[in-house]
Design a protein around this ligand. Structure first.
Ligand SMILES: [Zn+2]
Ligand SMILES: [Zn+2]
Length: 85
């Protein structure tokens, strides 16, 4: 397990599914596409629409392309779907 990144800040979170541990799969809240209290990731940084994330469950670090424009760094919905598998 990696240590948490020093940039990890509980005040900056992103609701993106973790490609490593997929801890959201059994979760009803996540299944409904809502912001889950338990399953979120640290947002370490972002470049335009590319988010640099770390999972607090398994400490996996990855980049996630939101497809949103560079003008806004908000994510209105978690991104999930069969193509994520
Ligand atoms: Zn994870
Ligand atoms: Zn959840």
């Amino acid at each position: 397990m990696l240590p948490l990144d020093p940039q990890a800040d509980i005040g900056r979170r992103a609701w993106v599914t973790c490609p490593n541990c997929a801890d959201h799969l059994d979760c009803v809240t996540c299944g409904q596409g809502r912001r889950c209290r338990d399953h979120w990731r640290y947002l370490l940084s972002n470049t335009g629409s590319l988010l640099h994330l770390q999972c607090p469950s398994c400490t996996h670090i990855w980049d996630h392309e939101t497809g949103f424009g560079a003008t806004r760094t908000r994510w209105s919905r978690p991104v999930s779907g069969p193509e994520d598998r």
